[in-house]
Design a binder for this molecule. Structure first.
Ligand code: DX5
Ligand code: ZN
Length: 214
């Protein structure tokens, strides 16, 4: 299992310390949640924080854009250090073009689906995609309850991947812990995001290792 701890739940007064902790852990990626207060009812952080994280790790930065107009900032995110750039389906009227631009800029392209968005909307672009992010909470906040319908959605997405001859990774975000993570592993998830479960644990490094072994 690929594990992408969400920096949203770190101690921002100690971002260097927490980034270094993740860097020295078995985490595969660092998940970076960018929120604009428009697409989601919360504001997190932007480029300066992403650049600060980039300085302290060479691990893959898995950037999840919860912003209304991602097309305007794709190049800026590349410059700030993003390796994987995930946009929400719900704000991309020209998704095919957006995915192509992200890849032309040298990043892996991901598309996130809100809990209400059916996976079938991706069937035409599926072969282009590097990653699909299934939201198992309504985006905007860490620490929310896992929406169990995500398990079946992951299983159906795995079939869609096969039927469209695609190669994208399936990542799941929201309410992930060892119990929900085990269900998602069973359903076919390739990567798990975990914020509050990792940073709320007494031993975050051991918690990351436990998620990896699912
Ligand atoms: C939620 C964010 C998540 C969040 C997950 O909108 O996209 O990445 O950090 O937090 P937990 O793991 O606490 O649900
Ligand atoms: Zn996220």
């Amino acid at each position: 299992m690929l594990v992408s701890p969400s920096v949203l739940s770190c101690d921002f007064g100690n971002i260097q310390r927490d980034t270094q902790m993740l860097h020295n852990s078995s985490a595969d990626w660092l998940h970076i949640d960018v929120m604009d207060g428009v697409f989601v009812p919360n504001i997190s952080f932007g480029f300066p924080v992403l650049q600060a994280i980039r300085k302290h790790t060479d691990k893959i930065l898995d950037v999840h854009l919860m912003i209304a107009n991602p097309d305007a900032y794709l190049e800026e995110f590349k410059k700030a250090g993003a390796d994987i750039l995930t946009v929400h389906y719900e704000v991309c009227p020209h998704l095919h073009r957006t995915i192509g631009r992200i890849q032309e800029l040298g990043m892996k392209a991901g598309v996130a689906l809100n809990p209400h968005t059916p996976i079938e909307v991706l069937s035409e672009v599926a072969p282009m995609l590097d990653l699909v992010l299934i939201m198992s909470v309504n985006p905007g906040f860490g620490g929310q309850k896992f929406i169990a319908a995500a398990n079946d959605k992951v299983a159906r997405l795995k079939s869609l991947r096969q039927s469209t001859n695609s190669h994208f990774l399936i990542e799941v975000d929201g309410g992930v812990n060892l119990e929900t993570g085990a269900q998602l592993a069973q359903a076919g998830a390739d990567a798990l995001v975990a914020g509050s479960f990792v940073f709320g644990a007494s031993d975050p490094v051991a918690t990351i290792a436990a998620l990896k072994s699912l």
